[in-house]
Design a binder for this molecule. Sequence first.
Ligand SMILES: *Cc1c(COP(=O)(O)O)cnc(C)c1O
Length: 427
Amino acid sequence: MLLTNIKLATEQVSFLQAVRQGLGQQQGLFFPTSWPKLDIEKLLAMPFVERSSHILKALIGEELSFAEVETMVTAAFTFPAPLNPISDSISCLELFHGPTLAFKDFGARFMAQALAKAQQGKNTTIVTATSGDTGAAVAHAFYQQAGVKVVILFPKGKISHLQEKLFTTLGHNITALAVDGDFDQCQALVKQVFEQTDLVKQLNINSANSINISRLFAQVCYYFEAVAQLPVAQRNQVVFAVPSGNFGNLTAGLIAKALGLPIKRLLAATNANDTVPRYWRSGQWQPKPTVATLSNAMDVSAPNNWPRIEALLAQGVIQRSDIETFAVDEDDTQLGVKQLAQAGYTSEPHAAVAYKALKRSLADDEVGVFLGTAHPAKFKEQVENILGTPIGLPETLARSAVEQSLSVDIAADFAALRLILTALEPA
Ligand SMILES: *Cc1c(COP(=O)(O)O)cnc(C)c1O
């Protein structure tokens, strides 16, 4: 299946080309213009990896064989996505059982597989900026992958200690750069890298960021996995609540619906960075300066996947009424974490934002699923402050927490970054 640049319909690329390129001309996102028909009942009866292989094969098309896709999915999806019941009508889809304890493991690990296919042995350098979860997921996904070097820029001293240890302690092909600046400066440096066409070409640089279509397609699979775990009688009443920042997760859920998965509607839940809920009410796209919240992985005021959601609406495969939007403030987020704890479930601020949206929207005859996007231990400090009780660390975090950080300090200066990039040993 060909993917089309949303900004420039004449630019069409194959799946693997889109994986290699990331973005199209004029910074346009790649996206399908039509969707395969799937036998939903048959798919829901399959185990996770087999079902996901069929879904991804259908989305990718002829470029890869089913056997190739199945090998990739088997290597990427090595952990489950269980539905954990909170009450009779509400469950949490736990997406944090991967190596870095966040849903981004699904997308990053599938992207690592797809990029290996797309590069066909050519060396690649991945340069990415992170405020936390993305860096960890990308670093682990590409760790020790032949022919790939990963360079991760993060704002020194501005991300949680645990978060940082997940990608600064790996070594080998992973270089972590502690930038003397904030996250925006890290992103600006990465942007500068991509403006140097000679350097990009010479080192074959890729960003592996969340707009890569392979990450999005991988995320479609766990919506199917959620529905498959529900009793058959409930499958036509499902409402998903999605904690949203860059809106990749919501886009993936809408794609699942466009593919025919029975989803009644999806709730886009944001924190105080409420560009989308305001836009949904007023029709005016007016991002404000980003504000810091408890659900910091969602502190985004200009969500970069939104044009894809507009495309789904324009294609007519998604209706406006399929989406409801909610902004959840800090008090309500804390209340959500507390209410979930009272129900016997330790959660964290991102999932709690979605839970609160679900509580506002769910009707009596409906079944609600909110996405658990990160393990509560990843936000240990916030959760302990809200609940007033200590929470334990799972093994992955406990192990990396005591390891030595191998990050290198650099100034927020492009010349310094360029020097490091060009000095990297070939992978
Ligand atoms: C990245 C992230 C989100 C936001 O997901 P988007 O796809 O960008 O909307 C939510 N929760 C956690 C824990 C995250 O890491």
